[in-house]
Design a protein around this ligand. Sequence first.
Ligand SMILES: [Zn+2]
Length: 310
Amino acid sequence: MKMVIVYHGRLEQIVGELERAKPVLDRRYAEIFGEEGAGKIAEASKRLLGPESFYDCVASLNSKVSSPLGSKFSSDIPSRHITLVSIQPDNLYASGFEKQQKLRTAPVIYIHPSGTLQTYIHEFGHFIWYALQSHPISVLNSLYGGHKIESFTDYSEKVLGQTRESDEEKMVKLQRAFWSLILGEISEKSNQILEKLILESIGVDVKLPWRGKEREYALHKKFGFRIPIDGDPFLGIGDYEVVKRMLTWQDYIVPKGPGAGNPISNLPFYYMLDSYLNNVRISRLPIGEFLQLAKKDKSSSHHKPQNHRQ
Ligand SMILES: [Zn+2]
């Protein structure tokens, strides 16, 4: 039997519960992702998750890493899977990534001290997507702000209220935030579906109130983005099919074929997504190696001219 789900954190309640449930859970992962998929998850968790990848204390999390946007995590954050990325959003081109850009990433899992096995299974689900998607959505979310509807509204007001920035600069910022909202929603909801499928195997029934509900949208006042505020982004698609599609999510979101003449792919935010999918090479590293390389970057950047490009 493959060691699909692993936990190297210190929370006793999770260690104990996982020990009992592990054989059933591992079998379930193999049913959902197939033997090959389960093998890939097992390999990734062995390579990328060690004791140093797990946190249950925000202070020690903050002493080790900063949030993807460079700020500190607040002391009341809920459990989460964090994808560290080696570039800051400000160093992205307006349209996205440079050709052949290399991006180092690393997974970190924070579990609130009151977290249960269910909490952990949810966060481990985010790790699975990160490990299996060729271009993980969580990387984009780290770069684009990881907005939810509430923070998007505030952020949007803030950006629009800026007087020093041009309309174009504001548009770029809002588009990134908008993408993180859209992709964040589908990645969170698909992960809830995965969580539900996994937990069924140990007799836990997860209710998803949004599932099967018609979509509701709000229109952005200034730019006319259609912002989803409720409902099911996978309406009419079965649970297993959702999981399958999310593994290659880009096939379902980006318009196929050459962009010319396609009004959708001519929208600037499709360029952003396109540059992520086509220009960037992603490496996934354990946090120790990631931090070491980040330190090296920092010390060598003192000797290089600013805005140096390869
Ligand atoms: Zn989540």
